[in-house]
Design a protein around this ligand. Sequence first.
Ligand code: DLL
Length: 437
Amino acid sequence: MSKIAIWDRNAETMRRADIRALQLERLKHLVGYCMNNVPFYYERLTKAGVTAEKIKTLSDVQYIPFTTKDDLRDHYPFGLFAVPMQKIARIHASSGTTGKPTVVGYTKNDLENWAQMVARITTAAGADDHTIVQIAFGYGMFTGALGLHYGLEKIGAAVVPCSSGNTEKQLMFMRDFKTNALVATPSYALYMAECAKESGYPMEQYHLRLGLLGSEGCTPEMRDRIEQGWGMFVTDNYGLSEVCGPGMSGECQLRCGLHINEDHFLCETINPQTLEVLPVGETGELVVTTLTKEAIPLLRYRTKDITKITEEPCACGRTTARMDKIKGRSDDMLKIRGVNVFPSQVESALVGMQKIGPHYQLIVRREGFADTLEVKVELVDGSVLEKFAELEAVQNEIKNRLRTVLGLSVKVTLAEPKSLERFTGKARRVIDLRNEH
Ligand code: DLL
């Protein structure tokens, strides 16, 4: 592992009191800016009785109403933009599965800030000007590819904009270019490792050392599998298109939480049911206020992502608050016969078990009035399917593990090797059949 480098020492190692003071100053300015430039916020803030002058301390942020994905959708496409179109330099949209996508814009300043934030988190992860990085996120409206692209260019890395898919070609470039870093979703990185093993070229022809993975959850167990598959060191980075894209936070090489770019984002956690603000250190839904965005500033945006924040300084020297790896989304949480189940819990319990592969699927059904969960996993060795006693033993072991972790009895189905779907972008592991007849 290389020595710990810091891209923007000023911003990343500020004293806590100075960070808080800067956030307060920016929050006050932001409230005025939103009032003056976005009619939606003018109405919301006026109704709530909030003005810039009334913000005296950072905790006064709690008086500002939340903004949600529905607010963005209701104002599709540009209704929440705070600047005229002449000032917009780029437009992205989120990959929503239903309804209209959420559209976000960037001014030139926003793009520069974004690239700086990505430069910070990729440096923290261990990338530098010796890095040859293949970007295997889909280029297009998704913020992942271009977001990482410009940040990595800024730190002097050689960027290979492969996009996602066409895995054989990706692998050829990796071998021929001596690519030493990979940007992808964890599920695609895992799939690529599987393809590399099968492609017939010795693994010594691959030179990956660093995985900058993000855009979806990845348990430590899954991370181990990816690291073993590639022989590389994997870091996690987080963001969402609504608040800029990747670059909001990322792990340093010590991997004890994701450093938040706090000069650009004010983060809180709330109880998603009661909406009350939680004390720092308690697990809840992450709420983000963008402190510097010009094109589409967001006040208290509800991310639906579940995490907790710590303000303890990190041994890497950065003083910025860190968030835990995302535990799940509040809207991903399955409620099975009264028990809360996060797909990540199932992943932790399964991945790393002998005899089964790291790909899985969760199928939720409604039977009568009760919801049931089926967990489908792949066998490493398909011949087990013909040996009843062995099959039953594997099935029971998985069932018992899941019962211990979830406190719930689930149906376990063992499938042929390589029979479950593979993903080149974000994985879709939960199939919810509750509303199908
Ligand atoms: O996924 C932005 C991004 C791109 C982040 C590339 C990191 C790397 P969206 O498509 O708007 O934006 O999806 C945002 O993805 O609310 C989380 O639920 C999930 N997500 C993103 N990063 C992580 C992560 C991008 N590191 C949504 N761990 C978020 C877990 C993540 N979930």
